[in-house]
Design a protein around this ligand. Structure first.
Ligand SMILES: Nc1ncnc2c1ncn2[C@@H]1O[C@H](COP(=O)(O)OP(=O)(O)OP(=O)(O)O)[C@@H](O)[C@H]1O
Length: 631
């Protein structure tokens, strides 16, 4: 169910409602109020025209809201909550929202939902769920149904695994394991070996990738070494990071023989220029195990394609952090699967081989986690990267507990707490941080110290919610460049390559093996210049001119920072009414930091961020029954 505190729509609609030509129908009223944009209106009218007959005005409005839902990241509209969408409009006058019951009845009788005399075309789907009636564009309804059916079919059986062999493989991969408490990572590997589908969730630094490498080693042992592995992630950068991490594990431990390449999900499925895919139900992937990293960024359409391309006897391991920002496309499938509450899964029991090798009596799973385990969902909780105090704040943000966040964090630049709220008028601390960062970058870069330069590069980063405006990347970049030029002099911000210049890659370039979101730094290199990038323990060098799409980076958006870590993070909070300012955004920003977080903003903005959730309506969390004729 969608959280009632959630904002309607993931992306801000406030700025440009894109008016359609004036008229007096419901669509133009809702367009004028900023709830619908011009594309929502045009698509709804075209969809209605397809059915050949007259369409009830309220049904037409609902169709436009279904189009809007997809545009703002949801797969459907919750009819009982449509009036909440008004929050996205900027008109204060009350809108003529249809009553949900009447709208449901009108939809259930509409040819757009049940078909009409002119043919079988039914562009909308209506379904009953625990969250009330849901209205979909049929394409997204089909995709969700497909995901649901495939996952339920996969959950209906378990791979046959010998408990003694599994114990031996786990011991080889994990050794004595985590002796400071119950070893969830080992339990995750046992679950992945004994389930067709496993969701491995956890916050940053909880050891998800660490665990994936060991899961693969366990699987390889069980398969006698002949394991076909498919590694993928939604973005090129996440795929490259996964491959580096698995590669390093291989080098350090002898327990994994395969050296699998990680690719984007698109590439794994063989995406063609026309938008179709080589892989699908008729041409399935040839793997024994498929791992998807950063699954939170996978939209519903790609999840559907991936599942349809899997053989029934391929183990699927979905890895990610359900609290992070989700894909800009429709769907938040990972979070849906973690929170899924379906009667189909209610009777699910843990596989015998799993209970045989994991001492659940000694485990610290609560009852919800134990029932999630039976659905193949396991969450790692112990942070291995940053201090507990940052983790504690991140958890309070996730819990939506603004009072606790305010109580936990430090206030003012001189606070000892690693997470501090800094008054926007007191930006000196950011200046000190940014100039110190630039100085250490330059020193390492000028002496040709590539390792020192990449280490300095991830020492600090300014993160903003927006690209533009006074709280955005453009403004803060100018500010940081100004400080650096004033305090250190030199070429910052002049557009020429210079040693110590921090770079951000803005497009994937597989030939050079650099990806959108990669950060590098220019250094002096044997008389010339080189752009250097960190790849695990290795350093990648390119001449700056080999980078087709790279820009200087003095600040970046929180969206783009996903998957990166920095020593200190400075987060610029916009004013409380900025719709982009959400819990997921704040959580993602805070958890980029390894040592310290400076939050530049007011307590009101911080509270607004913790209180506002990205709303992604979807039917995946509950059971659905499609309405195919009037009730
Ligand atoms: N059980 C463990 N014992 C020792 N070190 C660990 C353990 N688990 C993880 N680590 C270390 O903690 C760090 C973070 O682990 P890892 O990168 O696997 O986390 P993650 O959950 O994948 O993080 P992210 O989501 O940010 O990529 C790594 O340096 C890893 O080697």
């Amino acid at each position: 169910m969608t959280d009632p505190s959630a904002t309607a729509g993931a992306l801000s609609d406030r700025c440009a409602p894109q008016r359609v030509a004036s008229g007096s129908d419901l669509l133009t009223t809702f367009n004028a109020a900023g709830v619908l944009n011009a594309a929502d209106v045009h698509v709804a009218r075209r969809v209605a025209a397809l059915c050949g007959g007259p369409v009830d005005e309220q049904v037409l409005l609902a169709a436009a809201l279904a189009v809007r839902a997809v545009r703002t990241g949801s797969t459907c509209v919750e009819l009982d909550r449509i009036a909440d969408l008004a929050a996205a409009g900027d008109d204060q006058t009350p809108l003529p929202w249809p009553a949900p019951d009447a709208l449901r009845a009108a939809l259930a009788a509409s040819p757009l939902v049940i078909g009409g005399g002119t043919g079988p075309l039914r562009p909308l789907a209506l379904a009953e769920s625990a969250d009330g009636p849901l209205l979909y564009l049929r394409k997204f309804f089909r995709q969700e149904q497909s995901i649901r059916q495939i996952l339920d079919a996969r959950a209906a059986s378990r791979p046959a695994v010998d408990a003694a062999a599994l114990t031996a493989a786990l011991d080889a991969a994990f050794g004595a394991g985590d002796t400071s408490g119950y070893d969830r990572q080992r339990a995750a590997a046992a679950l992945a070996a004994t389930s067709w589908t496993t969701v491995l969730a956890g916050g940053p630094g909880t050891g998800k990738t660490y665990t994936v490498a060991r899961i693969l080693a366990v699987m390889e042992t069980l398969f006698g070494g002949d394991l076909r592995i498919g590694l993928c992630a939604p973005t090129g950068r996440a795929a490259a990071q996964l491959q580096t991490a698995i590669g390093e594990y291989r080098r350090e431990h002898q327990t994994l023989r395969s050296d699998p390449a990680a690719v984007t999900v698109h590439r794994l499925l063989g995406s063609r220029p026309d938008g179709t895919f080589v892989r699908g139900a008729g041409n399935r992937l040839p793997f024994d195990v498929v791992v998807v990293d950063e699954t939170s960024m996978l939209p519903v359409t790609m999840m559907c394609r991936l599942l349809e391309s899997l053989r029934a006897d391929t183990r699927l391991i979905l890895v990610g952090d359900p609290h992070q920002l989700v894909s800009v496309e429709a769907g938040a499938v990972l979070a849906d699967l973690v929170d899924r509450d379906v009667t189909a899964g209610a009777g699910a029991v843990l596989p015998d081989a799993f209970t045989a090798v994991c001492d659940l009596a000694a485990a610290d799973f609560d009852s919800a986690e134990t029932s999630a385990l039976a659905r193949g969902v396991i969450t790692l909780r112990r942070g291995h990267r940053y201090g507990d105090r940052i983790g504690e704040v991140a958890e309070a943000v996730n819990a939506g507990d603004a009072d606790r966040v305010i109580e936990l964090i430090g206030h003012g630049a001189r606070s000892e707490h690693p997470v501090r709220l800094i008054d926007p008028d007191d930006a000196d601390v950011v200046r000190t941080e940014a100039v110190g960062w630039a100085r250490s970058l330059r020193e390492a870069a000028r002496s040709g110290d590539a390792r020192g330069a990449v280490v300095a590069l991830r020492g600090h980063r300014v993160l903003c919610a927006h690209r533009d405006g006074p709280y955005g990347v453009a403004g803060w970049s100018r500010r940081v460049i100004g400080w650096i030029s004033d305090d250190l002099g030199g070429a910052a911000g002049t557009g020429r390559w210079y040693p110590g210049e921090p770079l951000l890659v803005t497009a994937n370039d597989r030939t050079q093996d650099v990806y959108n979101g990669d950060s590098g730094v220019v250094i002096d290199d044997a008389g010339g210049l080189a752009a250097v990038f960190e790849r695990g323990h290795e350093i990648k060098r390119l001449h700056p001119s080999q980078l087709a799409d790279a820009i200087p980076v003095y600040a970046m958006t929180i969206h783009r920072s996903q998957g990166s870590q920095f020593g200190t993070v400075t987060v610029i909070l916009p004013p409380p009414d900025a719709e982009l300012l959400t819990r997921e955004l704040l959580y993602t920003a805070i958890t980029r930091a390894e040592r310290e977080v400076n939050i530049v903003g007011t307590p009101e903005s911080l509270r607004a961020a913790v209180g506002r959730r990205v709303a992604r309506a979807s039917g995946l969390r509950t059971d659905l029954v499609e309405v195919v004729s009037p009730a």
